[in-house]
Design a protein around this ligand. Structure first.
Ligand code: MCA
Ligand code: AMP
Length: 493
């Protein structure tokens, strides 16, 4: 039994989802998801963990499809609405999805897959209606696969069970005191934990309302805030940075109006990347809120959080959430003492089951004692955890998205005019980091506009380099290995 869905029975007439034009009750969500489940089953008794990929905009349809897949016994594989075909095809192929659900607006994008006899295509607007029985779902079954970049080239599928997901949800609903009268605005993409679990699923678990704004837009966000319905907001630091910049350009009257509304919010959260103190302070001036900063990862949901009701520590991520065990360890996986830096390692029912079809990577990421190695470096001091950085320079965080430098390098190397390259993250106030690429050309010059155009269908836009430098050779250490730190320095200088 999936408790998230079961719980909806007790909120039937409350509003579950709000989009710009419509509102939908929990009853409508249950009815639509049941209908979808029966259609997906197509007379089978159980999808038995078949992977069902879906490409729809955030909104009621997305939620009903996710629940429909789960109720039919399938694994939900949400696709990113902003990704180019190559990234979407990679996920569909890697998961061997048996069904692909797409909104008709994406029909053209997905048309090259249409002739694949292994895949059944369904339009999200046209599920058939039929009667049927739904299977009973064990909580230890696989529920979702989300793709995340790692220190190897291709993104990996992170598999979570229903039990993992429920633990991730309840850790937050209890710690942050979610309530059925809450109303959250969801501006985040729905192929990552932040938007799916922290925002959408926590709201639905609580009987609260989740309002969707599919395309990020500062003006629209403030407009919605000023309707005084929303009382909870969660976003990545880049979004707060953009909202602050937009607010500063507004007239004094409008600023007053907004700053009169925001203090009435119950909760405002930041995460997915380090929150700069300057952003925390500026947002406090505007909203009266000290943003609650928390720390998480696709593989484990949220692990560490500042307190909801007690003092929040700027620059710190707080303490472990309910049922989550955390330790700081050195490179030999030995616990280090208070005040010493090391890797954050995590254990608990929130931690994912496995990387999809990748037992070697799964094994590699856990210690012998079963601690998940996050790759994040932190210190425990003054009674709280503080993040210092990552143990790999090849992981970049930009706009809250995790990006593998190696994945971008692999693509760049395929360009006929590029002989060698080194990709790095460059610190940036707005994006956290922006991507820089150091190129060694096989020709005298390169047309960067044409290069960006060439990259368009090979990489999502947020994985595209924003700055380039050209070199005769990449900086190397005495062993001849390229040193990324030296490349980073070139961009910063
Ligand atoms: C876009 N642009 C960028 C970048 N992305 N420039 C530099 N670096 C980037 N990374 C530029 C574009 O080229 C364009 O420029 C302009 O910004 C607008 O592009 P667009 O794609 O429309 O961006 P946007 O819609 O404004 O998006 C910004 C965003 C987005 C809303 C901050 O990045 C976003 O939704 N981030 C959230 C990611 C997230 O949810 N992460 C959670 C994963 P021009 O105008 O010149 O053409 S992490 C997670 O789930 C874990 C568990 C956790 O802890 O939470
Ligand atoms: P992802 O793999 O996209 O789920 O991103 C997870 C990564 O985001 C973590 O491993 C951290 O590097 C980073 N992250 C999440 N929250 C924070 C935070 N509050 N401060 C610093 N980094 C964070």
């Amino acid at each position: 039994m999936i408790n998230l869905i079961q719980k909806a029975e007790s909120y039937l007439h409350r509003t579950a989802i709000k989009s710009e034009i419509e509102t939908y009750s929990y009853q409508q969500l249950l009815d639509a998801s049941e209908n979808i489940a029966i259609d997906l089953l197509n007379k089978k008794a159980d999808l038995n963990e078949e992977r069902i990929a879906f490409l729809v905009q955030p909104g009621f349809s997305y939620t009903a499809i996710q629940w429909g897949i789960w109720r039919a016994g399938g694994i939900a594989v949400p696709l990113c609405v902003k990704h180019p075909f190559s990234s979407i095809a990679y996920v569909i192929e890697d998961t061997s999805a048996s069904i692909v659900i797409c909104a008709s607006e994406f029909e053209k994008l997905l048309s090259p897959l249409k002739n694949n006899p292994e895949i059944r295509f369904v339009f999200s607007e046209s599920f058939s209606t039929a009667q049927g029985t739904l299977p009973d779902i064990d909580m230890n079954r696989r529920a979702m696969i989300l793709y995340t970049s790692g220190t190897t080239g291709n993104p990996k599928g992170v598999v979570t069970t229903h039990h993992n997901i429920e633990t991730q949800i309840t850790a937050l609903t209890t710690s942050w005191e979610w309530h059925k009268d809450d109303h959250i605005l969801n501006v985040l993409p729905l192929h990552h934990v932040h938007g799916i679990i922290n925002v959408m699923s926590c709201a639905l678990w609580s009987g609260a309302c989740c309002e969707f704004l599919p395309k990020f837009n500062s003006d629209r966000i403030f407009e919605i805030f000023c309707k005084k319905e929303v009382n909870v907001f969660m976003a990545v630091p880049t979004i707060y940075y953009k909202l602050i910049g937009y607010y500063k350009e507004l007239s004094e009257d409008r600023q007053k109006e907004i700053s009169g509304v925001l203090p009435h919010f119950r909760l405002m959260v930041s995460g997915s990347a380090a929150l700069p103190i300057s952003v925390l302070e500026d947002w406090k001036m505007i909203s009266g809120h000290t943003l609650l900063e928390r720390y998480g990862m696709t593989e484990m949901g949220m692990a560490i959080s500042n307190s909801y009701s007690e003092k929040r520590m700027p620059g710190y991520i707080g303490l472990p959430l309910h049922k989550v065990s955390v330790r700081i360890a050195d490179e030999q996986n030995r616990i280090v003492g208070v005040g010493s830096q090391g890797e954050i390692q995590v254990k608990g029912p929130n931690v994912f089951k496995e990387y999809w079809k990748n037992p070697a990577a799964t094994k590699e990421t856990f210690t012998k004692e079963g601690w998940f190695k996050t790759g994040d470096i932190a210190v425990f001091e003054n009674g709280y955890y503080r993040i210092l950085g990552r143990n790999s320079v090849d992981i970049i965080k930009s706009g809250g998205f995790k990006i593998s430098a190696l994945e971008i390098e692999e693509v760049l190397r395929k360009h006929p005019q590029i002989k060698e390259c080194g990709v790095v993250g460059i610190p940036n106030d707005e994006w956290g980091e922006i991507i820089g690429a150091s190129l060694i050309l096989s020709s005298d010059t390169i047309d960067l506009e044409a290069l960006n155009e060439w990259l368009k269908d090979k990489l999502p836009s947020y994985k595209t380099p924003r700055k380039y430098i050209f070199q005769d050779d990449l900086p190397r250490n005495v062993m001849g290995k390229v040193t990324k730190k030296a490349i980073q320095k070139l961009f910063i200088d």
